[in-house]
Write a protein that binds this ligand. Sequence first.
Ligand code: SAH
Length: 361
Amino acid sequence: MTALAGILARRIAAAGPLSLAEYMAECLLNPAHGYYATRDPLGAAGDFTTAPEISQMFGELIGLCLAQSWLDQGAPRAVLAEAGPGRGTLMADIWRATRGVPGFHDRVTIRLIEASPVLRKAQAKRLTGAPVDWLESLDALPEAPTWFVANEFFDALPIRQFRRDGDGWREVVVGLQGDALVPGLSPRAPLAELQHRLADTRDGDIVETCPAARPAIEAVAGRIARQGGAALIVDYGDWRSKGDTFQALENHAYADPFARPGQADLTAHVDFEALARFAVPLSASALMPQGVLLAALGIETRAARLAQSLDGAALDAHIAAFRRLTHAEEMGTLFKALALVPDGAPLPPGFAARSAAKDDG
Ligand code: SAH
């Protein structure tokens, strides 16, 4: 049993079952035992790897996409904000790639929103020399034109799960069986928030919600709506959440999410429709498969250019990284990107407009 499992078991014994969101928040961010609070989970030695850690091309293309959007809106003094920056690799690549964009480095300052002290240190190291500072939450963003980026941030926010039962819902909760933490179901209750899902679910179906996503998106969207800017969100998930996507990763392999709390990364797929709804009045782009977006931003040309100076094992690794980021059987389709802009502003390059027919899709 992990130290955190003991703590949670005592809490459940005293006060009753936890929602999945409470459980997930403790597992990820408990200051003494939480997964992110206590380690750098990224890379080969960690539990998972992410697009910016796979290749510099990801951050370079995202950086030029953001910078073009900034130019399209008149190149104002602005904040470049990132939530959950991990090791700082994405922002370092963005910053390097935008060196040549006239005025960008003079007029833009970087703000990072990061919960983990371990990762804040890594970010400071990667971004030495850049105009960077850290904020406790997205609410603390200054009132300024804001270009926002988040890669694999929203999947780490705690979710609640509900199982449909007739016209009501039973919440998935974490309880105790002997010493072991086990999932269970709360009594059935109606739920206004999920009323619209009665139309596309059946008895027994699972639907997930992410309560923390709402204030996060609202904080960013409010600034962008008032001041200008854009948000660019990349993650795994789909337009609408359906089914159980709660998962644990440990040493690059799937694990039981209740077995070793605090020792495994816990995530859930992102419900992009919910993000787009919380972001109103901003307008949302079409939901772009990562592979399609990177192709539109010119990853093939960039990959070929980088390949010219590589050979042997380094060239093989570069080709594998290109495939991993873009191929449908790797990250190309599972990962999606959504852009949010003020009503009437141009979408960032690479993003297609949303067709009304897709509203329910
Ligand atoms: N964007 C990075 C890291 C993704 S991992 C990459 O692509 O490599 C998730 C990141 O979100 C980590 O940096 C983690 O510490 C951070 N994080 C998770 N929950 C958070 C929260 N509630 N507030 C701020 N940061 C959080």
